[in-house]
Design a protein around this ligand. Structure first.
Ligand SMILES: [Zn+2]
Length: 89
């Protein structure tokens, strides 16, 4: 049986544990939500939060901007879930 290693953070499959660990070490995990900002109706392009700032484990903060509303989110495969449960056996 062929062993496949899945990155625990992004779900990418790797043939070797070394490659997999390299991917896992590359990612910087979020520590918590720092701020989400609503924009006043006169300036807003969406009623949703337009900007979210996430504090990361390396002490830096990353800013994410609203992109779009997505439909049927439960059908979008989440890599860290689908990778481990589905193909690992
Ligand atoms: Zn990864």
């Amino acid at each position: 049986m062929k062993q496949i290693y899945y990155c625990e953070l992004c779900g990418e499959p790797y043939a070797t544990q070394e490659e997999c660990e390299k991917c896992e070490q590359f990612h910087i995990e979020p520590q918590g939500l720092d701020a989400g900002m609503f924009v006043p109706i006169a300036k807003a392009s969406t009623p949703y939060i337009e900007k979210i700032i996430v504090r990361m484990k390396d002490g830096k903060c990353a800013q994410y901007l609203f992109d779009k509303v997505v439909e049927n989110v439960e059908k979008v495969p989440h890599p860290s879930i689908s990778g481990k449960e589905g193909d690992a056996k």
